[in-house]
Structures are given as structure tokens and as C-alpha cells.
Design a protein around this ligand. Structure first.
Ligand code: NAP
Length: 248
């Protein structure tokens, strides 16, 4: 039997990049995957690939910074599949600028989406998972939440805060068999990082012990571990998947 056979898992930001790789990896391990993006049409490719491989996919849409999106998404999964076993809060945005030029709006939107969105989805799965007396939650953070990054004060603040959110939730929910962890990727090749120049990419790669950027599949493997049977005794942790970038 596959490691995640029939597990019902919600992945936000499943249309592209890391979220899409996570959705495909989980479906490949036997999970039923509900993917969410800003528009359902953006999930066509992910859904087609999951279904072509024999998996089950539920496409959902909404803005993760709106608590109603999270409530509606979880209600839709419960209606379709009768419960929810896993959450991967992956969707996120950047609005980079140096602190001196960063607008309050760019700070607010990144915190509302990256931190607020994770909170809304974590909260929305809490009650059904408590009733089931079990569940797995992975919040997608970032290595820069631990080490900082010039030009990303808003993003780093939001990602760092996920660590506190996960630890507190792990303490509150552990007695119900629910684990909550953060996977913090390093520099991963996706749309989010494609705006960098070749020079910037090289400078980043030079800092990575493994000497290359990560792939979305590198992150998906770590997420799958925490959602699967081998990850059941890990909670409240931050797993850096950064090729050694944070080692200095
Ligand atoms: P990406 O390629 O830009 O994809 C972002 C995903 O999030 C898309 O599916 C997008 O949906 C969705 N999304 C964005 N804003 C949303 C909103 N308000 N409501 C609902 N969905 C929304 O990003 P990525 O590189 O895969 O990053 C995924 C996660 O990993 C993010 O949390 C990011 O911070 C984190 N991360 C990335 C890296 C990296 O190097 N790439 C490193 C560390 C951490 P649409 O298609 O509908 O727009």
C-alpha cells in the first residue's frame, strides 16, 4: 500500500511551483488532493496530471488572506471526502523592497497573505482534525525567516512568525494526535525566483553548500515525510530544506 493511501490533504498554492510539486508527490503516494489557487482555472494542469496518474483531485479557489476562503475550502473537502487528514499551507507572495522604500501596504499584504493565510487554514482544519483525533499540518516557511534577507523585511517577518505559530499549535493540538511543523525551503527554482538575474542566481548558488538551487521536488519529499507514517513523532519543528544555504 502507498504511504499516504486515501489520506485527504489540502494544498494551498497548488497551481505552480512548489505547491504543484507537492500536490503531484502526495497524489503519487496515494493521497486524495484538494488544491487551492486564486482561480480554479489555474489548477487545470495540476488536476490533469494528478488524474492522468490515476489520482483524485478537487480544485478550489479563493484568496487565502480571507478567512472565509479557508472555511469554505475545508467545508468543500469534508463534503466531498468526509474529513481532512492533512494541510499544506504553501501559497505565498513577495513584495520586495528595501525597508526605507517599503510601503505599509506592501508590508500588510505580505503579512496578511503569508502569515494570515496560514493561520486561517490552520484554524479551519483544527476542529475537524480534533474530532478525528488526528491530523498533519505543514506550513511552508522559508530559510530567510531564520537568517533574514535584504529587501524582504515583510516576507522574512511573516515567515519567521510561522515558526511561533507552528510551535504554539503543536503544543495545543498534540494531545489530539495532530502534528504541526514548518518546512523552510532555501533557494528553489520557481516563478517566484525567476525574476532574479543570472548574476544574482550565481551569487545565491555560491552560498549553497550543495552548490545548486533546490527543485520543487526537493521540497515535496520533505513535506511528504512529515505527512506520512515515518513523520508521526515530529511536531513543532522547522525543517530547513535549503541545501545548506543557512550554514553560512
Ligand atoms: P509561486 O511559484 O509564485 O506560486 C505561488 C502559489 O501561491 C500559486 O499557486 C498561487 O496561485 C498561490 N497564491 C499566491 N497568492 C495567493 C492568494 N492570495 N490566495 C490563494 N493562492 C495564492 O511560489 P513558489 O516559489 O512555488 O512558493 C511556494 C511557497 O514556498 C511560498 O510560501 C513561498 O514563500 C515559499 N518559498 C519559496 C521559495 C523559492 O525559492 N521559490 C523559497 C522559500 C520559500 P495562482 O496560480 O492562482 O496565482
Amino acid at each position: 500500500m502507498s504511504t499516504l493511501q486515501d489520506q485527504r490533504i489540502l494544498v494551498t498554492g497548488a497551481s505552480r511551483g512548489i505547491g504543484k510539486a507537492i500536490a503531484l508527490h502526495l497524489a503519487g503516494a496515494g493521497a486524495k488532493v484538494a488544491g487551492l489557487a486564486t482561480r480554479v482555472a489555474n489548477l487545470d494542469a495540476t488536476g490533469a496530471e494528478v488524474e492522468a496518474a490515476g489520482g483524485e483531485f478537487l480544485a478550489l479557489e479563493g484568496d487565502i488572506s480571507d478567512p472565509q476562503t479557508a472555511a469554505d475550502a475545508v467545508a468543500a473537502i469534508i463534503q466531498a471526502w468526509g474529513g481532512v487528514d492533512g494541510l499544506v499551507a504553501n501559497a505565498g507572495i513577495t513584495r520586495d523592497n528595501l525597508l526605507i522604500r517599503m510601503s505599509a501596504e506592501d508590508f500588510r499584504s505580505v503579512v496578511d497573505t503569508n502569515l494570515g493565510g496560514s493561520f486561517h487554514f490552520l484554524k479551519a482544519v483544527t476542529r475537524p482534525m480534533m474530532k478525528q483525533r488526528g491530523g498533519r499540518v505543514v506550513l511552508i516557511g522559508s530559510v530567510v525567516g531564520a537568517i533574514g534577507n535584504p529587501g524582504q523585511a515583510n516576507y522574512c517577518a511573516a515567515k519567521a512568525a510561522l515558526h511561533g505559530l507552528a510551535r504554539s499549535a503543536a503544543l495545543e493540538l498534540g494531545s489530539r494526535g495532530i502534528t504541526v511543523n514548518v518546512v523552510a525551503p532555501g533557494f528553489i527554482d520557481t516563478d517566484m525566483t525567476s525574476a532574479l538575474t543570472e548574476e544574482q542566481r550565481q551569487a545565491m548558488a555560491d552560498k549553497i553548500a550543495l552548490g545548486r538551487p533546490g527543485t520543487p521536488a526537493d521540497v515535496a519529499g520533505a513535506v511528504s515525510f512529515l505527512l506520512g507514517p515515518s513523520g508521526g513523532y515530529v511536531t513543532g519543528q522547522v525543517l530547513l530544506v535549503d541545501g545548506g544555504l543557512s550554514l553560512g
